[in-house]
Design a protein around this ligand. Structure first.
Ligand code: SF4
Length: 516
């Protein structure tokens, strides 16, 4: 009996940008008595059915975008006599669907780190249950990943999680509802151990794959102080101190180790935090800008973001402090108008973003938006190929609409075309080369151009193009570009790299910082 863990994908590129961390965490959660699991990441290559034998266990992790492919694999594995287990955010939200359409014998809801060992042990003694509740475990229970199993030369970036959960409540995002609003933050010590292991293996680009790397804002501290809520203030300060401790230790790693994370725009007013990020070599961050207008931000419950000139200034602050931004924008919001597209492209250029992504408003299960949309659709149910549009992920990809919200003034195709135009102009060779101007070395500048092109091919054309020739051309391009990119990102092996020392000064300075 072997354990297989599968990350489903309809498109394989041979080389991938970021490691699917969950595969390596569940590998760590697999008791040694079951042997090393077989890890299959279909963004590299598709699963080979011949590898799956009767009585094997096949664990499949799904989110909404890859659920349909996951179900295909589940049915195939069950037909071959394997025991099929589904987990991940989509299976947590729709356990019955995984059973009915994916051939699941068992569904694991919530965090899998702890409960996975119980699933395997129950199965091996013939007592597996249909559903397991993994719940939300504490940060101290998060498992470090089994990086010794990684095919090092097939990924550009490794990924390490430092915090789960986000205190915000954006309407299009499921993180705060599934991972919770209380930040569950790992200690600097366990994070740094994983990072050092990855650096020893030759990964010098590491994504801090967090929901929000900045879980405590200056406003949070100020409000707690004004309310004389000492317990809350101390709790917030301790979370913040741990962030500074982590960054101080990251700063001691070899200087060519580069980090990337996700963060809210509020960090732009916290220059002390930005300076610590720069010192830690956290050179890039995904910032959810979403909209450049106040009405757009209101549409998505994100009015803590800036708009207009203030937005441009706030984003430039990141750059002035050495943190380069991947800005994420949403098109198709009710308040968007044709001129919003050009205004967004202009703001992205003025804000000196290094990268940008332009996504179309899509209702994701587990979000406030999805619930509202599902309710609206009850009155006039729409079906495509016999599948209700409110189960849009089950519609075959070729028939799937690109936009789901009826927009008050624009047709879906107009929104799609205008979105594609913004991608095309932001990632034209001329614009990429101009953006690369801040990079001194020619090698690094070429890496920037390559990664810009690959990013666009992987995420724009395969995501929003309707023309299938364009989609497959893009996948071919991405495959072709991915290999040289991986070589550019790789670093030397450093088997003797030591753990950075604990830095008490950063922590103690923060404990007594500005909010007092
Ligand atoms: S979009 Fe970002 S800031 Fe908003 S809830 Fe999700 S993780 Fe938090």
């Amino acid at each position: 009996m072997r354990i297989h863990l599968v990350n489903p994908s309809e498109v394989s590129f041979g080389t991938a940008v970021i490691t699917p961390r969950w595969l390596y965490v569940l590998a760590a959660a697999t008791p040694a008595s079951f042997g090393d699991p077989v890890l299959v990441d279909e963004t590299l290559e598709a699963v080979d059915p011949a590898d799956i034998q009767a009585a094997d266990v096949v664990g499949i992790g799904i989110h909404t975008a890859n659920a349909l492919r996951g179900y295909e694999i589940g049915r195939m594995a069950r037909d071959r006599g394997a025991y099929v287990v589904f987990g991940g955010i989509h299976a947590t939200l729709y356990p019955l669907e995984a059973q009915e359409l994916g051939g699941a014998h068992t569904v694991v809801k919530g965090d899998g780190d702890v409960v996975w060992a119980k699933v395997l042990s129950d199965y091996s003694r013939g007592a597996a249950q249909a559903v397991y509740e993994g719940g939300r475990i504490e940060a101290s229970q998060f498992l470090p990943a089994r990086w010794d199993l990684i095919p090092r030369k097939r990924y550009m970036w490794a990924s390490v999680q430092t915090v789960r959960g986000c205190p915000k409540h954006c309407s299009f995002c499921s993180v705060w509802r599934t991972d919770g609003q209380r930040p569950r933050q790992r200690t600097a010590d366990v994070v740094i151990r994983e990072i050092v292991e990855l650096r020893r293996l030759g990964f010098r680009f590491i994504a801090l794959a967090d929901d929000n790397f900045y879980p405590v804002t200056l406003t949070d501290l100020r409000l707690a102080a004004e309310q004389h809520n000492t317990d809350r203030l101390n709790e917030l300060k301790s979370i913040r101190a741990e962030r500074f401790e982590l960054m101080a230790r990251l700063a001691q790693l070899p200087s060519d180790t580069i980090f990337f994370t996700q963060i809210t725009m509020e960090a732009g007013e916290d220059t002390e935090f930005l300076d610590a990020m720069r010192a830690a070599n956290i050179k890039g961050a995904l910032v959810g800008v979403e909209s450049v207008t106040p009405a757009g931000l209101k549409d998505v419950y994100k009015d803590f973001n800036e708009a207009g000139d203030d937005l441009v200034e706030r984003l430039r602050t990141f750059r002035r402090h050495g943190v380069y931004i991947l800005g994420s924008f949403i098109f198709g919001l009710p308040s968007d108008r044709p001129e919003t597209f050009a205004a967004t492209a202009l703001a992205a250029a003025q804000a000196e973003l290094a990268f940008a992504q332009f996504v179309m408003l899509t209702p994701y299960p587990g979000t406030v938006d999805f619930n509202r949309w599902e309710k609206n659709m009850e009155a006039a149910p729409v079906q495509i190929g016999g599948i209700p549009i409110t189960r849009r992920w089950l519609i075959p990809r070729a028939l799937r609409p690109k936009l789901y919200w009826p927009h008050p003034t624009m047709a879906p195709e107009e929104i799609r075309q205008r979105t594609q135009t913004v991608w095309d102009s932001f990632y034209s060779l001329k614009c990429i080369w101009m953006r690369a101007g801040f990079i001194k070395s020619m090698r690094a500048r070429l890496a920037f151009v390559l990664i810009s092109k690959i990013y666009r091919q992987m995420y724009a054309d395969t995501g929003i193009a309707t023309d299938s020739a364009r989609v497959s051309r893009s996948a071919r391009w991405a495959r072709w570009l991915a290999k040289p990119c991986q070589r550019l990102f790789a670093g030397p092996l450093m088997p003797d790299l030591k753990l950075p020392e604990i830095c008490t000064t950063a922590a103690s300075r923060e404990q007594t910082s500005s909010a007092d």
